[in-house]
Design a protein around this ligand. Structure first.
Ligand SMILES: Nc1ncnc2c1ncn2[C@@H]1O[C@H](COP(=O)(O)OP(=O)(O)OP(=O)(O)O)[C@@H](O)[C@H]1O
Ligand SMILES: C[C@@](O)(CCOP(=O)(O)O)CC(=O)O
Length: 499
């Protein structure tokens, strides 16, 4: 029986539009856009018969219920029940770390009281985190954004978690971030006002804990841009030095560590990542597609890093060239936001004008005013820079002998990017065969033409060489973590079985 008011926190997925591979090195940065699909964690008091337990459920998957017992003395130990039909390292480590931290911050008695009745935790992710091809096929629907809106929210995937086809939106980072934050709130480590503003110590603590749990669960310290996007929303990300986590990176030390709070505290100066403000320009729309190019993505990252190590001079030159382009891209995109805020009318008129033309034609009209020309030229610069980045990333792939932008993706992207109103695009993150992103114009009024996004949606639906499935994701302007009301998230109550 559910007994207390639920704590609900959501965290967004991400798209690394520039900075793949480079972002692993603190000398470089990446542009990470937070996306509208979110992971939701619902934590409630739960009265079980017998021993207090924590029950975690992921109702979108088969056999995805995990029970844990918790001992607080002499040290916090979270133990998975022998009856669980599968293990979930991510969930277990999130419980272990947040409860340990809660004991350090609130004291064992307070935590023991909250745990006395047990906890029921439900985790669900928006449909875009998982390929919906099978759902669309079973409903006889074409692969279009419109069809996706006909699939019910948090749709069950019909398979165990280990078999699901992910779309690369950072599911584990968003999941860990929403789970960790909901637990920190539920145990009173941070107050309910923690996420009311975008840059306070509570949000930074949540970031550090989520980053740590995610690294520990993955068994390595990654760049962390995905967790950072889940916490802060879109930004320009520069990674932290992995040394900050070195004393915590084994499961044994987590059990033993008295210094968890000291290391994860926002006042620990060893957390030296940088989060610089960024968002995509007004009246544009991010489009994403899951591409089924019928080929396995080999382990790209290992091979690229190996090549870089063996060819350091050549690699440094290439990394610096790509970095310059990445910085130019961020600058041009931010400049567009600025042009909009200074003169929304001319921005809007220029955007409407370029929406029905191919990039090459954007700056050729002498009848545009000076202000409109500024806007059109800045959009054209974004177009040119995204094309230059693609070219350099292909070069990186060729040199390292890996398919960062494979031929199938090049053909698809070239065709998309040559269409009217398409600003630019590429392969997100590490690249490979799985996905593409585009930035398209989204004028307020579309007449007389269809919106560029509708034309692309139609183009993808009919594209023959590979199967292209759109995602409904757009950029999330929600600035990362959000405290939610259970009743206000469409389909959430039904999905967690509380209706
Ligand atoms: N809905 C969920 N409920 C519980 N655990 C989940 C859920 N989704 C993911 N996980 C945990 O995260 C792990 C998957 O992590 P993995 O590193 O494969 O994802 P990812 O690479 O971040 O995904 P993506 O391709 O979306 O970026 C699973 O093994 C599981 O432990
Ligand atoms: C190659 C890399 O820079 C990006 C990987 O991005 P994604 O998870 O494929 O979106 C690796 C990393 O930063 O963890």
């Amino acid at each position: 029986m559910i007994q207390s008011q639920p704590t609900v926190v959501s965290a967004p997925g991400k798209v690394l539009v520039a900075g793949g591979y480079l972002v692993l090195d603190p000398a470089y940065s990446g542009i990470v856009v937070s996306a509208s699909p979110r992971f939701y964690t619902v934590v409630q008091g739960f009265s079980s018969l017998g021993e207090p337990v924590i029950q975690v459920r992921s109702p979108q998957f088969r056999d995805a219920v995990w029970s844990y017992s918790v001992k607080l003395q002499p040290a916090v130990v979270v133990e998975a029940s022998s009856q669980n039909s599968s293990t979930n390292k991510f969930v277990k480590l999130a419980l272990q770390s947040t409860i340990s931290l809660a004991c350090q911050v609130r004291g064992t008695d307070a935590v023991s009281e909250i745990l006395a009745r047990g906890l029921d935790i439900v985790i669900v992710g928006d449909n875009d985190f998982y390929s919906q091809r099978a759902q669309l096929e079973s409903k006889g629907l074409p692969r279009s954004v419109q069809s996706l809106s006909q699939i019910r929210p948090f749709c069950p995937q019909g398979v165990p978690l280990s078999e699901v086809h992910k779309t690369g939106m950072g599911s584990s980072a968003a999941l860990i971030t929403s789970l960790v934050s909901s637990l920190l709130l539920h145990f009173g480590v941070i107050p309910t006002s923690a996420f009311d503003d975008h840059d306070n110590e509570h949000r930074h603590l949540t970031h550090n804990v989520s980053q740590f749990v995610h690294c520990l669960a993955q068994g390595k310290v990654g760049s962390g841009f995905d967790v950072s996007a889940a916490v802060f929303g879109s930004h320009i990300y520069t990674r932290f030095d992995p040394a900050v986590l070195k004393d915590l990176m084994s499961e044994e030390t987590v059990h033993a560590s008295q210094s968890l709070l000291n290391i994860l505290s926002p006042s620990n100066k060893a957390w030296n990542h940088r989060v610089q403000p960024f968002s995509l320009p007004p009246l544009t729309r991010l489009m994403l597609a899951d591409v089924d190019a019928g080929s396995d993505t080999p382990s790209l990252v290992g091979k690229v890093l190996q090549w870089r190590k063996e060819n350091s001079v050549k690699a440094e030159a290439l990394w610096n060239e790509i970095d310059q382009q990445n910085q130019s891209l961020a600058k041009a995109l931010l400049q567009l936001t600025d042009l909009h805020s200074r003169d929304p009318e001319n921005y809007s008129r220029a955007l409407k004008y370029i929406s029905s033309l191919q990039p090459l034609q954007w700056t050729a009209d002498p009848s545009l005013s000076r202000e409109e020309t500024d806007v059109a030229e800045t959009f054209y610069r974004v177009h040119q820079v995204t094309e230059a980045i693609r070219q350099k990333m292909r070069e990186m792939g060729n040199l390292a002998g890996v398919p960062i932008e494979p031929r199938e993706q090049t053909a698809l992207l070239d065709e998309c990017i040559s269409q009217a109103g398409v600003i630019g695009g590429g392969v997100p993150g590490a690249g490979g065969y799985d996905a593409i992103w585009l930035l398209v114009c989204a004028p307020e009024d579309r007449n007389p033409d269809p919106w560029p996004f509708e034309k692309i949606d139609y183009f993808w639906m009919n594209y023959q060489p590979v199967q292209v499935s759109p995602l409904s994701a757009v950029e999330s302007k929600g600035k990362g973590l959000r405290l939610e009301e259970l009743n206000e998230v469409k389909g959430l109550k039904e999905a967690i079985g509380a209706d």
